[in-house]
Design a protein. Structure first.
Length: 290
């Protein structure tokens, strides 16, 4: 059972209730709660919540250890294989659409971005121009070269990024079939009225600041270049440390950008017809069919 929804909707508490209902364990699919140094800024479950139900993939890695959705797919499927030997139902909780898709549908290598490679290609675009990148794409992947909009730099950059990072033509991935899984998947989406969700996001940001988020971010500031820290909340606090904003402005921006992120999450899942949307205040009952 996949319990998903926008940030701040209340997935953690609802997921614990659901896991307790089925006497099972929780697999987190939050791409940032993986990192043990980011406890406050990712709204990681409290010690009390973690002790109520066994959780996996919470604070399991360091920000200094690169991790991807492709790696998560492999690790999560291995864990699920173990859990299903003793459980009929496993609950997965999270708001990272790419991580959820990785487990439910499978993820091709090309779906992931490699920041260093993208930056290198951007520099080449600026230095050499689009024509040089088009020529390289023609050599690496003639099929994509003849199908893509060659006037669109973003499309050219993406196709080249795939070719260079995987060693396979970008066009080859389009032909691969959706992966199948040896388990049944039920997706439950939590929702709240937009005004209520935004109120919760604003309040939670203030609570996180009171819990010591600024001090946590200061410890991580020397490592701000790491991909894990390219995240709403930390980026705004890093700008405050750089003197670009006041603390009050940074907090306000965190609230605004978190609301924007929640909106993007909802748009992302709007295309998924498999999701059964329920009110976040609704108590789960045994009537849920699996």
């Amino acid at each position: 059972m996949v319990l998903l929804g926008p940030t701040g909707v209340g997935k953690t508490d609802a997921g614990i209730r659901l896991a307790q209902l089925f006497h099972t364990e929780i697999v987190s699919c939050d791409s940032r709660q993986l990192y043990r140094e980011m406890r406050i800024g990712t709204a990681m479950p409290s010690e009390e919540q973690l002790s109520a139900v066994r959780h996996h993939f919470i604070a399991s890695r360091s920000v200094h250890e690169p991790y991807t959705a492709g790696k998560y797919e492999t690790d999560a499927l291995a864990l699920l294989s173990q859990l299903f030997q003793k459980q009929e139902v496993v609950v997965m909780i999270g708001g990272s659409g790419l991580y959820i898709d990785a487990v439910c549908n499978g993820i091709d290598d090309f779906q992931e971005h490699i920041p260093e490679l993208r930056e290198s290609l951007m520099q080449r675009l600026e230095r050499e121009g689009l024509e040089a990148l088009r020529h390289e794409l023609k050599l690496l992947d003639p099929e994509s070269y003849h199908k893509l909009d060659l006037k669109n730099p973003r499309r050219i950059l993406r196709a080249l990024e795939v070719c260079l990072s995987t060693g396979k033509p970008f066009s080859s991935f389009k032909k691969e079939a959706k992966k199948t899984r040896p388990f049944h998947i039920v997706k439950i989406g939590l929702q709240r009225p937009r005004e209520e969700l935004y109120r919760r996001i604003n309040l939670r940001t203030l609570q996180m600041m009171e819990e010591g988020w600024e001090a946590e971010a200061r410890k991580l500031y020397p490592f701000r270049h790491l991909p894990a820290l390219n995240t709403v909340g930390y980026k705004e606090l890093f700008d405050y440390f750089d003197g670009k904003t006041t603390l009050s402005e940074a907090v306000s921006l965190i609230q605004q950008h978190t609301r924007n992120y929640a909106k993007k999450q909802l748009s992302y899942w709007g295309r998924d017809k498999e999701i059964r949307w329920v009110d976040a205040e609704k108590q789960f009952s045994c009537s849920l069919s699996i």
